[in-house]
Ligand binder design. Structure first.
Ligand SMILES: [Zn+2]
Ligand SMILES: [Zn+2]
Length: 193
């Protein structure tokens, strides 16, 4: 790694981005400008997984990707937005679908070649963390009961009282909610006593 005479700080790391402001890569990822340039050289202007040129990415820029979890934290490299989400798949230990499957091995390879050069212990912490994560999959989310669409209310048929008790009872049941039915039954039984 390139050495600088004075320790890098927020006043020295300003080579990229808006003039006069401290570089985001330094503030967010503790990468000095020299390291950032070095990482960009490694990426050769392309996403480090799919090799999409920076200008052709969704936002026209490669993003700094890092791993964080289980006590491990390290910068991995530069990615396009799509491969950034591929890595969140990798980090979550998710089931790989047909669209993402071709990237699985590339994602693992990229993780192993992390720019931050994590120690074997850090890699182990990361692996343990990934292994214990419950795979996020939409199919694992319990299905929420969806209420049936409200039916347009039909005008209740009038209950006829001249066709016997059974007919009357059925007519009433159609018009009452189950709670109301229970209530009615309880009252009738009470009245019987
Ligand atoms: Zn910089
Ligand atoms: Zn990519």
């Amino acid at each position: 790694m390139p050495t600088t005479i004075s320790a890098p700080n927020r006043h020295t790391e300003k080579r990229h981005g808006t003039p006069g402001t401290t570089c985001v890569h330094y503030l967010n990822y503790d990468l000095t400008c020299d390291q950032y340039d070095d990482m960009r050289r490694r990426a050769q202007g392309c996403c480090e997984i799919c090799r999409t040129p920076e200008a052709e990415t969704t936002r026209g820029m490669l993003v700094v990707d890092h791993f964080h979890g289980g006590g491990a934290w390290f910068v991995r490299g530069l990615l396009c937005d799509r491969c950034n989400s591929v890595m969140s798949r990798h980090d979550r230990n998710v089931v790989w679908g047909p669209a993402s499957l071709p990237f699985r091995e590339a994602a693992a390879e990229y993780h192993r070649n992390a720019y931050g050069k994590p120690s074997p212990e850090e890699f182990q912490k990361a692996a343990n963390h990934i292994a214990t994560r419950k795979p996020f999959n939409i199919r694992n989310v319990p299905r929420q009961p969806v209420p049936p669409p409200a039916k347009p209310r039909r005008k209740p048929r009038p209950v006829r009282t001249d066709r016997g008790v059974k007919h009357l009872a059925q007519g009433l049941l159609r018009q009452l909610s189950p709670i109301q039915v229970d209530d009615l039954v309880a009252r009738l039984q009470e009245g019987e006593r």
